[in-house]
Write a protein that binds this ligand. Structure first.
Ligand SMILES: NC(=O)c1ccc[n+]([C@@H]2O[C@H](COP(=O)([O-])OP(=O)(O)OC[C@H]3O[C@@H](n4cnc5c(N)ncnc54)[C@H](O)[C@@H]3O)[C@@H](O)[C@H]2O)c1
Ligand SMILES: N[C@H](CO)Cc1c[nH]c[nH+]1
Ligand SMILES: [Zn+2]
Length: 445
């Protein structure tokens, strides 16, 4: 890796000299609120191109989608929709080993998400006053499957499986066209496993706009799911306030925070950092360690391992966009992590069980030295579509709940009216809302 010219200057006085990776060693002197900001779009360039793309798709529909695919994906399409027969033909080229791996992931993800189906009981809050909730699937959902720098069939599993379990009646899938104007065979195989009959060849902000407003080819949906780059993520946050379409959460460039103590294995730590760094130059991989020996060894390992990665250049840029923290103890490490609110938190320590209660903000947590984050990315069963950019402070990752609404129901009997009537009348009276009071008084008789 080259020497960094990382523009982050805070904490420079506290750096230990590893030449190309910032190591902050005294958190009390650092502006942490500033340090934890990811990809700020300071010049507003992403927001402004996304706004232009959304307006274009809204007004010109399919024609805009075709032109934007040519411009951003370098693919000249004649048809945006890829149908069932094409999908089946493309899927047939996948090998048995690849099929088996996808099938294992499919089963585990299905099993974990199916376990989230909980029926709630009815509650009698007072005699004759019964309240309960019922679950209904969101009818029309849109799944965005990234495909800019890497096509992610695993994301198709992560979104398609809970949508199927929830019972969503219309599942619209968009993914950027690959060279030749098609999709890759792994996405096609996942589509066939899920029984999805069409994939729309459309990526980026334009795909989000199409699913939010509809185009001649792409149906409008009620909620859009899925991760993506900064263009996709910005588009999702814009359309949720400008259309009647909801979103799962901001799930942008991947990130990981590894907390490591002297019981960690530095080779594993480095591998886990690089696994998220290779997603994109704007990814972030943060190491928070309680010992400078751990830091030194992990960085040595990282420098060795990065050399053989096919995506070395991307990973190196992400590492330059990252940093290391020497915490004074594990408590300080956990405090920093909770402020950072990482998409993925890895506890690279044998003492992980004691740390679980201290985790307040994280998308998904990987416990101990034998639990690589890649397991959750692909096949253990948990969902890999997770909040980034510190949104793990308030959002959960995708789950079965993301695909359903929970509607409350209530029923009052004559006894219920007798028990609750006066309280409702008094509350209506004190709020000065007499029609509210009357709706109860008439029934009390
Ligand atoms: N948070 C999560 O849960 C999660 C999960 C998986 C992946 N990810 C992230 O998803 C991202 C995938 O990104 P990707 O780029 O590979 O694929 P992508 O599908 O998100 O984006 C590709 C699209 O971006 C658009 N685009 C590219 N350059 C543009 C430009 N200059 N102006 C306007 N639009 C442009 C194009 O339309 C292209 O089709 C990565 O950052 C990865 O880390 C996050
Ligand atoms: N780490 C990504 C979520 O940030 C998910 C993914 C898909 N494929 C590999 N990894
Ligand atoms: Zn990943």
């Amino acid at each position: 890796m080259e020497e960094t010219t990382n523009s982050t200057t805070q904490g420079v006085n506290n750096t230990i000299d590893f030449k190309d990776i910032y190591v902050y060693s005294d958190l009390t002197t650092i502006d942490i609120a500033n340090l934890v900001i990811r990809n700020p779009d300071a010049d507003n360039s992403i927001s402004s191109s996304v706004e232009t793309i959304i307006a274009d798709v809204k007004h010109r529909g399919d024609q805009a989608l075709l032109e934007l695919s040519e411009r951003f994906d370098g693919v000249k399409l004649t048809d945006i929709k890829l149908g069932k027969d094409d999908i089946a033909t493309i899927a047939s080229s996948i090998s048995e080993d690849e099929k088996n791996a996808i099938d294992i992931a499919y089963r585990n993800i299905w099993k974990f998400h199916e376990s989230q189906l909980h029926a709630e009981g009815k509650v009698e809050t007072m005699p004759g006053v019964t309240c309960w909730r019922e679950v209904r699937a969101i009818e029309k959902v849109g799944l965005y499957i990234p495909g800019g720098s890497a096509v992610l069939p695993s994301t198709f599993l992560m979104l398609g499986i809970p949508a199927k379990i929830a019972g969503c009646s219309e599942i619209v899938v968009c993914s950027p066209p690959q060279k030749g104007g098609l999709i890759n065979c792994y996405l096609a195989y996942v589509a066939s496993l899920l029984g999805i009959e069409a994939i729309y060849l459309c990526g980026g902000a334009q795909a989000v706009a199409a699913m939010a407003y509809g185009s001649e080819s792409i149906p409008k949906v009620d909620k859009i799911f899925g991760p993506g780059n900064q263009y996709v993520t910005r588009a999702k946050t814009i359309i949720q306030s400008t259309s009647l379409t909801a979103i799962d959460m901001p799930a942008g460039p991947s990130e990981v925070l590894v907390i490591a103590d002297e019981t960690c294995n530095p080779a594993y730590v480095a591998a886990d950092l690089l696994a998220q760094a290779e997603h994109g130059a704007d990814s972030q991989a943060v190491l928070v360690a309680t010992s400078d020996v751990v830091i030194k060894r992990s960085i040595e390992e990282l420098k060795k391992q990065i050399e053989v990665l096919p995506r070395k250049d991307i990973a190196a840029k992400a590492i330059r966009n990252s940093y290391v923290i020497l915490a004074k103890d594990i408590e300080e490490a956990m405090e920093f992590s909770n402020v950072y609110a990482p998409e993925h938190l890895i506890l690279a320590t044998d003492h992980w069980d004691k740390l679980i209660p201290k985790v307040n903000n994280a998308g998904s947590v990987f416990l101990g030295n034998l639990t690589p984050e890649s397991a959750g990315d692909y096949a253990s069963g948990t969902n890999h579509t997770l909040p980034t950019s510190a949104y793990a402070r308030s959002y959960s990752g995708v789950s079965l709940d993301s695909f359903v609404k929970k509607i409350t129901f209530q029923h009052l009997s004559a006894e219920g009216i007798r028990n609750i009537g006066t309280a409702v009348e008094t509350l209506a009276e004190l709020e000065g809302l007499h029609a509210h009071k009357n709706a109860m008084t008439l029934r009390k008789g």
